[in-house]
Structures are given as C-alpha cells and as structure tokens.
Design a protein. Sequence first.
Length: 220
Amino acid sequence: MRYFLIFFTLVLFANCSSVPKEYLINDDTCHYNEPIFKISEEKLIIDEKILNLLQKEKRSIVTVDDDDYKNEYWYSKDEITNKQTSINKYLYYNNKGKINFSAFTYNNIYTLGKETNYDEQGNITKVIDYEKGYNICWAEAISIVKKIAKKEIERYEISEFYVVHNNLNEFSEIKPIWYIGLLKGNENYKNEVNKKGTLRFSIDGITGKVLKKYRIKSGF
C-alpha cells in the first residue's frame, strides 16, 4: 500500500507540473521552421546591387514588397518581415558589408528566438537564446491568451498582440513569465484603453498557467 501511494503521488506530481499537451513547445507552433529563421550563405554579405542603389541614388532605404514578405534595406541593415506571422528578421553588417549579427522580433517589439553574432569571416562567435529556460514559446503564450480572452478578442476585434518576457540571460534568478497584451483593436477598444488601460495577461513560461489578468496604462 505504501509503494502504491508513493507511485500515485509521483504520477500526480508529474501530471500537475507538466506542460499542457497543446502547448508543448515545438518548431511548428512557434514558427521556427519558417524560412525567415534561416540565414543563407548569400546573406552573409550585403547585396551589392542594393548597396550600390542606395549609394547611387542617395536613398536611405530600398523596399522590396510582395504578398508574403516585405524587405527593407539600409546601408548596413536588412530587415525582412513575414506578413502572415509578423516575424521580423534583422541582419546587421559591418562597414565592409559582411554580416555582424542577426536577430528576430515579433511585431518589432519582442526579441524572439536566437541572436547570432559573427566574426569578419562569417563564422558564428556567439549565440543568445532569448527563450532560454522557457517551455512555452512566444506563439504558444499568445495562443493561450487567445483561448482565455476569446470574448474580449472578438468584441474588440483584436488584430495584434504585445509580447514581452523575463529575460533569463540577464536575470537568471527571476521566473520565466510571458506578458501578453491586446495591442490593436476597434474603436471600442481604443476608448477602453484610454479609460482603463491595455488589457494584459501574465503566463507562466514553464506550465502555461495564466498567472494574472490586469490592465496597464503605460508601457505600450
């Protein structure tokens, strides 16, 4: 009987502490298999034709736009935006036109995935994982909020989300928590935000549990 109770307790603890199956981190849900996360060999050096165009016409930016991606070039930066997922890829180059580092954001707010630093030969020198210590990725945290705030999202016609998180690379002692806000919506939501603040949710980065629902009048 004692062994049965021990076994039952272990099973119960495992079930309570495990991440919900629908939110288990995977590349498909988190979009990490998307082509935008790949750095091709040709991207290790800034496009010479684009660079010449910027210099020749004395333009500060060149934009290449299609149905799926929006690509904007500066003298030393290349920004690619996936219009469906709102993921941005930033490629920064040194004064010789060779890649310096790459980074990714969601909605130009949250730095997601991994930042990669390169030397002058294009070799990787450092990788920073911005979701270190998390079982729930940024996209899964948004999915959780979409479920628990379904009524608000439909009523306010929310089209974009605000995403920030505790960065364990800088503060290893703090808990992994996502902060998801309802960012853009209809006129009713704009009025609601002006009166009460933006609706935000904090999500446990390990279990996916909703920790708090609240409003904030600043920080967006």
